[in-house]
Write a protein that binds this ligand. Structure first.
Ligand SMILES: Nc1ncnc2c1ncn2[C@@H]1O[C@H](COP(=O)(O)OP(=O)(O)OP(=O)(O)O)[C@@H](O)[C@H]1O
Length: 256
């Protein structure tokens, strides 16, 4: 890992969840999660399909109400906040399926992010041109999303989120549809942003990418936390291997 992608040593909590639960009738999509995301670190959520990862992100962004528990950004209770106020708190996200304005160009989509920019202390300032450059979209600014590959559209989503100058960036499978080289580029970008102090929460099925990118991983199954720790600790955890990874990761996790 290069010096520019090291995690800064800070300990203040950006997002805290206490006994967070989201139930859909009898389905306990998220069921009593407690966690603390400290400033300037990359947190990952690992788990099989249906384990509650996207529901947790939706709860954090106030798209789905909590059944129980509490979420706080910088100590402020999210339950009392309208979803539209989240950008002002510096929370930006990308979605599992691309959600770009199809009739707007790449630049115009990214400008939308800049228009809802956070002015909050601790946010990472990124202008529209810088967001375009950092996500490798130069030359594509005047294209419509439909003219771009799926992987490139996902980069536009990341650029739009960066243009919001976030303090907390939530990424739901940001590298889905990307090839190995593109995934490595995104991993490098996320680690550069971490070095600038940006706290990130990453949901991703590519375990290798998670191991290489994250400082701390929360592993979920059936809405509950089954393990957490460094990537190495989590991929060596037997419950995680049984639920999701398979045993090949036991001896193959590296030292992280
Ligand atoms: N709006 C909803 N209404 C009812 N059940 C839902 C709703 N959204 C999610 N669920 C259920 O909640 C559980 C958790 O789903 P969720 O999409 O959060 O899992 P996930 O870990 O993100 O899965 P994937 O990896 O496939 O994206 C699943 O059983 C799902 O069917």
């Amino acid at each position: 890992m290069s010096a520019t992608t090291e995690a800064p040593q800070r300990t203040d909590v950006v997002l805290r969840g206490t006994d967070v639960a989201v139930h859909f009738g009898g389905v306990k999509a998220v069921d009593g999660l407690s966690f603390a995301l400290e400033t300037g670190r990359i947190f990952g959520i690992l788990g099989p399909n249906g384990s509650g990862k996207s529901t947790l992100l939706a709860a954090i962004t106030r798209l789905i109400p909590l059944t129980r528990g509490r979420l706080e950004i910088d100590g402020q209770d999210l339950g009392a906040l309208k979803p539209a106020k989240l950008a002002g708190l510096g929370v930006a996200r990308t979605f599992q399926t691309v959600r770009l304005q199809q009739e707007l160009t790449v630049r115009e989509n990214i400008q939308l992010g800049a228009d809802s920019r956070s002015t909050r202390a601790g946010s990472v300032r990124t202008g529209v041109d810088e967001a375009i450059a950092r996500t490798g979209l130069q030359g594509l600014e005047e294209h419509l999303p439909g003219e771009l590959s799926y992987g490139t559209q996902r980069r536009v989503e990341i650029a739009r989120a960066l243009a919001m100058s976030p303090r907390l960036l939530l990424l739901d499978e940001p590298t889905a549809g990307m090839n190995k080289t593109e995934r490595a580029e995104i991993s490098t970008l996320l680690r550069e942003l971490r070095a600038e102090g940006l706290t990130q929460l990453l949901v991703e099925h590519d375990v290798q990418m998670m191991v290489e990118t994250c400082d701390h991983i929360l592993a979920m199954n059936f809405g509950k936390l089954i393990a957490e720790g460094t990537p190495g600790q989590v991929v060596r955890n037997e419950a995680v291997q049984d639920a999701y990874l398979g045993r090949k990761w036991r001896d193959n996790a590296g030292d992280r």
